[in-house]
Design a protein around this ligand. Sequence first.
Ligand SMILES: Nc1nc2c(c(=O)[nH]1)N[C@H]1C(S)=C(S)[C@@H](COP(=O)(O)O)O[C@H]1N2
Ligand SMILES: [Mo]
Length: 406
Amino acid sequence: MRPPPLSRAGLALLEGASRRRFLLAGASLSAGAVLGCGSDEPMGNGVATCDDPFRGGERLLDVPFVNEGTVPLETLVNQGWDGRLYTDLTKLNPDALVIENERFYVRTRYPDLLDPSAPWTVDVSGLATPRQLSLDDLSPLVKDQGVHLLECSGNGKGGHFGLLSAAQWAGAPLSDVLSLLDVAPSATRVLISGFDQHSVPSAGGHSTPGASWIFSFDQLAQTGAFLATEMNGVPLPPDHGAPLRLFVPGWYGCTCIKWVNEIVLVDEGQPATAQMQEFASRTHQDGVPALARDYRPAALQVAAMPVRIEKWRLQGQIAYRVVGILWGGDAPTNALQIRFDKNDPWQPVEVCPPRTGTNTWTLWSHRWQPAAPGTYAIEHRIADPGVPQQRLDSGWYVREVTIDEV
Ligand SMILES: Nc1nc2c(c(=O)[nH]1)N[C@H]1C(S)=C(S)[C@@H](COP(=O)(O)O)O[C@H]1N2
Ligand SMILES: [Mo]
């Protein structure tokens, strides 16, 4: 049931919406055409629908963001719960929107107390006939799950927002896994746990031991949650939860338990797990609810931020191009706006090609002509107050740049 290994080009092709951008970027790599896009016809009929104001210009350099952390990017640091790898988002391009496994962000490294040679089993207990599921029980259920983005709920400025990546996943839908089980009629929720013991404690107690989250049957079905076995066409790498990790499309990484070894069927009286309590504020709960049933879905609301500020020479003038991403939300929106100063009016950002789904990120670019040298704070909003956008509202994704030439 394993899909064949995919080349990087193959991954870009599988991304659907980005296919034509990939073809275009591959066909004309002149600097000005990288973000160009073609017609909406899958095979292209020559009608260009997105403008490229930078065509014919010269890309000079990228202006770094200021007032962010000093973490190394794309380098594994620390051990155990504190183990991290921050993805370098400045490398995002239309043909590089699926992150290779070695560059995909890591939050908690492979537990040193796990024995990789022991046969893997998932213990089923609680309001179901107890049993042990083996990887052989699950493998007939494994199917391609497409490209999905993962974001750590603690993804912040200090790490250049690098706890955010997207990959192509394969795995067994949780609803299919549950249908293998003899579940009691009184069960209403599912607790999923993973191995979470490390010989080195988290420095400063940043992480509490125990990785588990509780979901209603509906939440598992509606999100299309799956037990992932493969990432980008190969078996899950150790740091990403080998041999089995939970993936909940559209929910924060803290719900996507790695090294899954336990499924417990529970009911409405079930207390929240330590992990749910630890991540309550980061998943926008009201306080720290005591019962699992009082937790909101830990879903990513729509968000956007710049990932790169390019400085260009265009027709003898200096011009800047802001390249950024738009992700999250329950429905695709393209009503993105930007401003570079609190006192300036919001300007629309043309998202082209438009966003068609919510599983992964969409790249956009915006021409910027700053009036004077100085430090600017780049803010976004979705021009529809009906769309929940708490993190945008709070300024979480605001990034700053210092411009020295206009
Ligand atoms: N067993 C276990 N699973 C875990 C964690 C953990 O510490 N232990 N961290 C969670 C958090 S907070 C995130 S953001 C994701 C990160 O997944 P990744 O390292 O594959 O990117 O794993 C989740 N699953
Ligand atoms: Mo996380």
